[in-house]
Design a protein around this ligand. Structure first.
Ligand code: UGA
Length: 442
């Protein structure tokens, strides 16, 4: 049967909202994106993207031109526009790490104040278990305040996008989690996601609370793998084993798998650190101990200091008078995102010990400058960062760092010292070239 075009409103044009809106328009739906930030809306209408995400700009402009994707600041219009109202506003960490839900609840209230018929409110933001209930209560309160009775359902539909691959992840999802306790809403969501069902069923239907927990459980599991591998790497160093060989050896077991087993400088970004903390707070609030996640977080905090510890082992505790080159600022490649980037811990450690820092990142210098100002030097190229430097530290595995001109590096650095937080190079080869090369777990 031919699928009918659907209309939907998305509240919030941040990472999740914008990608979701553009991708749902791309498969033929009519999408209206609402944001309180008028300058952001003006930019989006002009095709200027607020974030750096491969493929997004083309998708937004194509669908805007086709009239399927629109941006507005008009709340009345947005609420009236569609039965489906997706909430994709931010949930910044609030008091002691618990997610701050004020924007989510405010979005729900503005729907409740204006709705005139059946609405399906879809929580797309990463929100703690129990949020759908709060959203439902907020709407019920607004309706009661207006003295009207209208039907509505609240659905949880968490997003599993990776920065740098968000469009691809949305268009080719490995699963679509929908938590719904309302049959009519379930049918709407099923129809909405029908174009993304490929060779097999992608929709994983469940109850609302389980869907809310699924999002956190997924990120917490991934964070756990990373901290586990970082600790194994530290052990491998002490035992003179090579974590890269161990990684291949364990990844071959399909129960373990190869992905997300890379040791490094610790996980960062806008999701893992925040979600691990928020899940711990949720568990505490319910009197449940999450011993594993406690350790995951502690191991990650420690890992972010690894590069500087290794440098100090080579150069001594005081770095006064030293200049240290740093390749990579973003928390991972293909993004300009500096949120909770491990490079920030590295930079703090270097500056605290009196070093000057000369950093290069292909895209994140602007974002880094907003946080760090002129406390570090921002080099225009990888090689320029090395001029006058005593050592090179690597914090992000950008492709352009993978096969550099090692002769030029050796000529430019004051001493041939590389401390690699991402295991980019072959240790035997670098030692052959005359480098002192320290990596993670090998
Ligand atoms: C993460 C999840 O991977 C997504 O599935 C999820 O949807 C998203 O959070 C979210 O909750 O919105 P993201 O934060 O964009 O996505 O980045 P990842 O690629 O997962 O990397 C997170 C951090 O882990 C990075 O600092 C990365 O360097 C680190 N990492 C990742 C490792 O240290 N080792 C690995 O093997 C993999």
């Amino acid at each position: 049967a031919e699928r009918k075009r659907m209309k939907l409103t998305i509240v919030g044009t941040g990472y999740v909202g914008l990608v979701t809106g553009a991708c749902l328009a791309e498969v033929g739906n009519e999408v209206l994106c609402l944001d309180v930030d008028a300058s952001k809306v003006a930019d989006l209408r002009a095709g200027i993207m607020p974030i750096h995400e491969p493929g997004l700009e083309a998708l937004v402009s194509r669908n805007q031109q086709a009239g399927r994707l629109r941006f507005t600041t008009d709340v009345d219009e947005a609420v009236a526009y569609a039965t489906l109202q997706m909430i994709a506003v931010g949930t910044p960490p609030g008091e002691n790490g618990a997610a701050d839900l004020q924007h989510v609840v405010a979005a729900a209230r503005q729907i409740g104040r204006r709705m005139a018929d059946y609405k399906i409110i879809v929580d797309k933001s990463t929100v703690p278990v129990g949020t759908a209930d709060k959203v439902g209560e907020a709407i019920a309160e607004e309706l009661a305040g207006r003295g009207v009775q209208l039907p509505y359902a609240v659905v949880s539909n968490p997003e599993f996008l990776k920065e740098g691959a968000a469009v691809e992840d949305f268009m080719r999802p490995d699963r679509i989690v929908v938590g719904s306790d309302d049959e009519r809403a379930t049918q709407w969501l099923r129809a909405l996601y029908q174009p993304f069902q490929r060779s097999h069923e992608r929709l994983v239907l469940m109850d609302v609370r389980s869907a809310e927990l699924t999002k956190y459980a997924a990120n917490a599991m991934l964070a756990t793998r990373i901290s586990f591998m970082n600790e194994m790497a530290n052990l491998a160093e002490a035992l003179q084993a090579d974590i890269e060989q161990v990684r291949r050896g364990i990844g071959a077991d399909p129960r373990i798998g190869y992905q997300f087993l890379y040791p490094g400088v610790g996980y960062g970004g806008s999701c893992f650190p925040k979600d691990v903390r928020a899940l711990r707070r949720t568990a505490e609030a319910h009197g449940v101990q999450l011993r594993v996640l406690e350790a995951v977080e502690a191991a990650n905090d420690a890992q972010k200091h690894k590069l500087v510890i290794k440098l100090v082992q080579r150069l001594g505790a005081s770095l006064r008078g030293r200049c240290i080159a740093l390749w990579g600022l973003a928390f991972k490649p293909d993004t300009d995102d500096m949120r909770e980037a491990p490079s920030l811990t590295v930079i703090d450690g270097l500056l605290d010990r009196g070093a000057r820092v000369s950093a290069y990142d292909p895209t994140a210098s602007k974002a880094a400058r907003k946080l760090l100002g002129e406390r570090i030097h921002y080099a225009a190229s990888p090689m320029a960062a090395l001029e006058g430097a005593d050592a090179l530290l690597i914090a992000t595995e950008w492709k352009e760092f993978r096969s550099p001109d090692f002769d030029a590096i050796k000529r430019t650095l004051k001493r041939p010292l590389i401390i690699d937080g991402r295991n980019l190079y072959d240790p035997a080869y670098l030692r052959e070239l005359g480098f002192v090369y320290d990596a993670i777990g090998r």
